[in-house]
Design a protein around this ligand. Sequence first.
Ligand SMILES: [Zn+2]
Length: 90
Amino acid sequence: MPGPDGKLTQEDIAKVQAWMFKYKMGNHPCPICDSIQWTIGEYVVHPTTQGNPQLFPNLPIYPNVILLSPCGYTRNVNAVMIGIAPAYRV
Ligand SMILES: [Zn+2]
């Protein structure tokens, strides 16, 4: 599980790499530059709903691992489904 700052541990990175191998990321080139060199982002990120968190403090968040292409194109993968982050609310 990522640290309190959201940074992936070596164990997390191994799980992401296993996911990338399972789903053959090398067969899924970047739609912009055609590179198959995906870099794992260091931190879990949290896209959230559009609702105002001050008015609705229990809005769901969606922990994601990001995979970066050399051109900057970014893919988000659900960190809960990879098994590195718990499902929780803020
Ligand atoms: Zn690219």
